[in-house]
Design a protein around this ligand. Structure first.
Ligand code: AHR
Length: 674
């Protein structure tokens, strides 16, 4: 995507339609006259190994993916630290109550949490207090238990009880909890709140019924039923989507969020570990990034911080892949750059991060990890230096990072940036420098029309086999135009991605890793579309794009097999030496069925088919399963397998070899393919 275009889109400037050189009108052609095409797979000539972790996930706190999403705290602005300290809170006065809300800083909870709220009650009436509107409402299921908690301090003669009431859309109380017995020191109090009804848009009232002053901070309503039932744990249904994918790696925390609009607002991992009340929150860069999707209430509490990221990666069996700031703020925004002479501080952060992840517990940062309950290593193997940087300033800084990190940690592979576009002057400049520097892995991003994905399925066939490996670190088909708010997660985009990924897999000797972006989006609070998984305050669904990713990630073979694809089909093949199966992926982008014949001696196998006759079809909260893979048995004859590809379909075939003895067995286990 041209850089100027991306900047214009982000600023909300109307852009006259530009037809890129890649646009293929009628790429999804209607064809007729089905005759069986032969797909030749050379089982006897296995090629390069495929990394078992090739397909991963890219997590960024965009679209309310962390606070309001994966991080299920129900109270927005729980610590009164938003730019508007009473954002999300409103004053409650019942039956003649009188009093003031006073945001104060004297005697704060700690230096990273400098504001708190004093409830000053002149006349309590039948209740004085505040109400929190949550993240576009508060979600609760009937029967669900929450921990209601707050840090409270009584100034001497103030209220000694605080009542929390969960109020549904009709104004009915559907759960209550009471905190009591405060003194002159800050102390955390907690009680269980049991919800008696289901609602997606409740609010929480926090009320006192006595006169005087009482101080509040870190007001929290946290579900008990989290992933692995952890306190401060993650939203279960969303983690389950990731776990089901068996991602090879998890990239975090982004994305442009790593860079920040200005350096002061960059992501600093050290400020995201430790007690949640001591994590210094900042505004989220997506707060006002998209002129037409402003979200002034988007901040980062860092309740989901670097310890939780590493733990999540471990839970879902993914290799952690943190991206660190390299001394450059987002080049789409301020482009602020720290002087080269100050790069050392950024490098030290990366070195400390390696210790935090892997270091023995005797090291300072290894000790911090152990104190958080994880003395064992997180097995960090790869780090990204900068996100989507470009130009000589990046190369200068990358050189310093590479020299320092490689000398101390030669075992850690480094990801470097190829910039925001998949071609062009900046891209060529970065690649030529990174090649000369013998970079390990170069991160390419492509957000483009579906036609681009079809036209580029052979992109890596001609890549240099001896140069750096490629990380397809962010990509997604844009069904309207690049960064358009009209882009949809429909089958047209997903099938184009499926076709393109056959090319990544065929070139697994060059393409080491790949991840779709972004990962999550709240249906009422997003800034960017398309996204892999959507959710509201209660429900969630995987897009067709998600099921494409899942089919690839769950069907990674161990070696590439050479394959000849008939015209109009996109095909890749591999062998899984662990199960002695040939895995064939075939994408039919035409509106007609295509009979195919796959030669070879196979036993009965399985087919997983993702298909829809309507390219505009999409999943939704109400119809989450419209486009999901359908599994069936397939029977082969001694001459091979005859199979009819459905119109507009992505098919994964797992065909056991009739005579697997010729194969070398593999030691690792193959994941569930569905
Ligand atoms: O995925 C959304 C954004 O796209 C990422 O933050 C950035 O790296 C890219 O420009």
């Amino acid at each position: 995507m041209p850089l100027l275009r991306k900047v214009q889109d982000r600023l909300g400037i109307v852009v006259v339609a530009v037809v890129t050189g890649f646009l293929l009108i009628g790429a999804f052609a209607q064809t007729s006259a089905p005759t069986a095409d032969v797909i030749d797979i050379h089982v006897d000539k296995p090629g390069a190994s495929i990394s078992p972790g090739m397909f991963g996930v890219f997590f960024e706190d965009i679209n309310f993916a962390a606070d309001g999403g994966l991080y299920p705290e129900r109270i927005k602005n729980r610590s009164f630290e938003f730019t508007e300290p009473l954002s999300a809170w409103t004053k409650l006065l019942r039956d003649g109550a009188e009093g003031e809300l006073d945001v104060r800083t004297e005697g704060a909870l700690n230096a990273n949490n400098p504001h708190y709220l004093r409830l000053h009650v002149d006349t309590p009436g039948s209740g004085f207090g505040i109400a929190n509107s949550g993240f576009r409402g508060i979600g609760a299921q009937a029967g669900e238990d929450f921990t209601f908690s707050a840090y409270v301090r009584n100034t001497g003669s103030g209220p000694r009880k605080i009542r929390a009431a969960l109020i549904d859309e009709q104004g009915k109380t559907i759960g209550e909890a009471l905190l009591a017995g405060f003194n002159r020191e800050w102390k955390k109090y907690q009680a269980t709140l049991h919800a008696t009804a289901t609602t997606a848009h409740a609010r929480l009232n926090v009320i006192v019924e006595e006169p005087g002053d009482v101080d509040l901070d870190m007001v929290s309503l946290y579900p008990k039923d989290t992933w692995k039932n952890r306190p401060n744990g993650l939203r279960k249904d969303l983690v389950q989507f990731l776990a089901d994918m068996h991602p090879g790696f998890m990239r975090f925390p982004g994305g442009c969020i790593v860079e920040g609009r200005r350096l002061a607002l960059r992501y600093q991992w050290k400020k995201t570990v430790g007690d949640v009340s001591d994590r210094l929150g900042i505004v989220n860069r997506w707060n006002d990034e998209m002129a037409k999707r402003l979200t002034p209430d988007y901040f980062q509490s860092f309740g989901l911080g670097f310890f939780e990221y590493f733990q999540l990666a471990e839970d879902i069996g993914a290799s952690p892949l943190p991206i660190v700031n390299c001394g450059m703020a987002c080049q789409f925004n301020s482009s602020e750059t720290a002087p080269l002479s100050e790069t050392g501080a950024f490098i030290q952060d990366a070195l400390d991060l390696i210790d935090f992840a892997n270091g023995p517990v005797e090291t300072p940062w290894g000790a911090v990890r152990a104190s958080l309950g994880h003395p064992a290593s997180f097995h960090l193997k790869t780090i990204g230096v900068g996100n989507e940087q470009w130009g000589p300033r990046y190369i200068e800084r990358y050189k310093l990072f590479a020299a320092a990190l490689k000398s101390k940690h030669p075992e850690i592979a480094l990801i470097s940036s190829a910039g925001p576009s998949p071609s062009g002057k900046e891209f060529d400049y970065l690649w030529s420098n990174l090649r000369q520097l013998h970079a390990d892995i170069v991160d390419e991003h492509y957000y483009a029309r579906p036609e681009w994905f079809l036209a580029n399925s052979a992109r890596y066939d001609g890549y240099d086999r001896k140069g750096p490996k490629v990380f397809a670190g962010e990509y997604a088909a844009q069904t309207d135009r690049v960064v358009s708010l009209e882009n949809r997660n429909n089958w047209e985009g997903a099938i184009a991605e499926a076709a393109f990924i056959t090319g990544l897999e065929r070139n697994a000797d060059v393409v080491a890793m790949a991840s779709y972006a972004p990962l999550f989006a709240h249906v009422d609070a997003w800034q960017w579309t398309p996204d892999l998984i959507w959710f509201d305050n209660l429900r969630s669904f995987g897009t067709p794009n998600y099921y494409v990713q899942k089919l690839y990630a769950n069907n990674v073979g161990t070696r590439i097999l050479p394959v000849t694809a008939p015209k109009g089909l996109y095909v890749s093949a591999s062998i899984d030496q662990r199960t002695s199966e040939v895995i064939v992926k075939i994408v039919n982008v035409s509106g007609a069925a295509r009979p195919v014949k796959i030669g070879g001696a196979f036993g009965s196998g399985r087919a997983f088919v993702l298909a829809n006759a309507n390219l505009k079809a999409e999943n939704s909260l109400d119809q989450p399963g419209l486009l999901t893979p359908v599994e069936s048995a397939v029977a082969a004859s001694p001459q091979g397998l005859s199979f009819s590809l459905q119109p507009y379909s992505f098919t994964v075939l797992r065909l056991p070899l009739a005579n697997p003895r010729a194969l070398k067995p593999a030691k690792t286990k193959s994941p569930d393919p569905s």
